[in-house]
Design a protein around this ligand. Structure first.
Ligand code: ZN
Length: 69
């Protein structure tokens, strides 16, 4: 997975903060340095959609299990 370095310089998080993204070559994803969203890369083209982004695993939310208390 090789992303164009120039592309990395111009793309930013689609959220309002427009933060730069860090490319993770190991997983082939782009991680927002501000909100921690992860964007996948398809065919060397970053999918810069908030709906497609994975939120950071850190945080108080646990979506794996439903707790009813
Ligand atoms: Zn962001």
């Amino acid at each position: 997975m090789a992303l164009d370095p120039q592309l990395l310089e111009i793309i930013a998080c689609p959220d309002t903060h427009r933060a730069p993204l860090a490319h993770d070559a190991a997983t082939g994803t782009l991680t927002c340095t501000e909100c921690g969203r992860r964007f996948r890369v398809e065919d060397d083209i970053p999918v810069m959609l908030l709906d497609e982004a994975r939120t950071a695993p850190t945080g108080p939310q646990h979506t794996d299990q439903e707790e009813d208390r």
